[in-house]
Design a protein around this ligand. Structure first.
Ligand code: ADP
Ligand code: AMP
Length: 223
């Protein structure tokens, strides 16, 4: 397959980042998570961070133009030549339209959109137990605990809870997902790009299902 240009779609907490780490290892593709990019910008106090902070704190989406600019620039980098994994982008129909246009300008297109879905009550449990290290490694206090409580297995850094993972923010983020992001399911289904996975299953099962789907896509391409 010439390029593997993938989008991970699904509600917050469904396991997109968790599955991405397996995909990154397997396919050696750059992982572009807009939430991670924005959190880093907020931490560093850059202009982008200053523009995004209040919306992120409120559980709202940042402005389409701002985030499209960030992603378009990132996709121009050389390391995306063989493909990329986008997580958390696009999140609105206008963002999806802008992505199509930017890719077309580069003579590229999407390979597949991987929808990792899970019901609200499950994602609420996952988000409330999610802990991250400053490098973005993800754990769950019950489902995927680190060896030493509160410490990242991989780099020994302390684990914290994301501000927007606190219960009062989670409800709004889910509403925003259903109102503004879920319409992308139909958008990509109509373009025959959508592949759906049951994110409520254990993470290894979800990973195996994704692996099989991507192998089938590759076989179809070479057929
Ligand atoms: P997203 O990137 O979609 O917001 P994450 O990958 O960060 O979601 O996962 C959210 C939380 O759920 C994390 O704490 C993660 O450890 C946990 N998690 C991810 N996948 C599963 C799964 N299949 N079963 C149980 N817990 C999971
Ligand atoms: P995430 O890490 O994907 O859950 O994103 C955290 C927050 O970053 C979201 O609640 C939004 O405020 C913001 N964000 C991330 N990606 C986007 C995007 N594509 N469009 C708008 N806002 C975004």
């Amino acid at each position: 397959m010439s390029e593997l240009n993938l989008i991970l779609l699904g509600p917050p907490g469904a396991g997109k980042g968790t599955q991405a780490s397996t995909l990154v290892e397997e396919f050696d593709l750059p992982y572009i998570a807009t939430g991670d990019i924005l959190r880093a910008a907020v931490k560093e106090g850059t202009d982008l961070g200053k523009q995004a902070k209040s919306q992120m704190d409120a559980g709202e989406l940042v402005n389409d133009e701002i985030i499209v600019g960030v992603v378009a620039e990132r996709l121009r980098a050389d390391d995306t030549r063989d493909g990329f994994i986008l997580d958390g982008f696009p999140r609105t129909i206008p963002q999806a339209g802008a992505l199509d246009q930017k890719l077309a300008e580069m003579g590229r297109s999407l390979t597949a959109v991987l929808l990792i879905d899970a019901p609200d009550d499950e994602v609420i449990k996952r988000i409330s137990g999610r802990r991250i290290c400053p490098e973005g490694h993800v754990y769950h206090v019950d489902y995927d605990p680190p060896e030493r409580e509160g410490i990242c297995d991989r780099d020994g850094e302390p684990l914290t809870q994301r501000d927007d993972d606190k219960p009062e923010k989670v409800r709004r983020r889910l509403e925003v997902y259903h109102e503004q992001t879920a319409p992308l399911i139909e958008f990509y289904d109509e373009r025959a790009l959508l592949h759906e996975f049951d994110g409520a299953k254990p993470k290894d099962e979800v990973a195996e299902h994704i692996r099989k789907t991507l192998s089938t896509l590759r076989l179809e391409e070479t057929a």
